[in-house]
Design a binder for this molecule. Structure first.
Ligand code: CA
Length: 229
């Protein structure tokens, strides 16, 4: 396997030292960006397998970096690093196109597991991207990772695309949060099942005509979700 490249966007020197050492020792070729503007430029010009993005960065914060990267068509998986308990940050980050988030302070093993899961998902997405699907006013081309609503392009994160694909492949079936976490997120026993709800809220926001009264991504009370597109 070619060496995997990680872009670490972080301004806290002690954390940079710890993370870079450990990532390098795990075989990741690790670049560091200490400011948001630099993070954006580096991630646009060079190709990475994964971006670790702190939210509070000087010059340009992590939200803006994430949004600008997606607007520029950079699809690299993004793992956001958030401060403890900032739920609003997580929701906003996922809406802007981040694939996952991790709350500081975190265990190194947890970070490595999340990175592995992101890389695995990215590979699965590429390997299984073969066809297209349309429902309502939405057209999806999984091969090109393009989604259109009324003909206008909609930005979905890699994870949202994978979630959408899983729904399409299992349409009309009731899918529990646990199943979605296992099949789409790919790591077991995560304590944050709410992460499923957050992503489905984001899919509804982007794809439903009226997100408050979804037509396609339905809640099945006490059980989970069902896609009926
Ligand atoms: Ca910071």
């Amino acid at each position: 396997m070619p060496e995997r490249r990680v872009l670490l966007c972080e301004d806290e020197e002690s954390l940079i030292l710890t993370l870079r050492d450990r990532l390098q020792s795990e075989g990741y070729d690790t670049s560091v960006a200490r400011e948001g503007e630099i993070a954006l430029e580096t991630a646009t010009k060079k190709s990475f397998d994964c971006i670790l993005l702190d939210i509070s960065l000087p010059k340009k914060n992590g939200f803006d970096v994430c949004r600008d990267l997606r607007q520029r068509g950079v699809q690299t998986p993004i793992l956001m690093l958030t401060a403890r308990g900032q739920v609003i940050d997580r929701v906003l980050g996922l809406k802007l196109g981040a694939d996952d988030y991790l709350t500081k302070p975190f265990e190194m093993a947890e970070l490595l597991a999340r990175i592995e899961a992101l890389l695995r998902r990215a590979r699965t997405l590429v390997a299984s991207s073969a066809d297209a699907y349309a429902f309502g006013n939405i057209e999806v081309d999984f091969r090109r990772a393009e989604v259109k609503k009324d003909g206008a392009e909609i930005e979905l994160s890699g994870l949202e695309l994978k979630l959408l694909r899983y729904f399409v492949e299992h349409r009309s079936a009731v899918l529990t949060r646990d199943e979605l976490l296992e099949k789409v997120w790919g790591y077991d026993a995560t304590p944050v099942t709410r992460t499923v709800d957050v992503h489905i809220a984001s899919l509804r926001q982007k794809l439903e005509t009226n997100p408050a009264r979804p037509e396609f991504f339905l809640t099945v009370h006490g059980m989970g979700y069902k896609f009926v597109g």
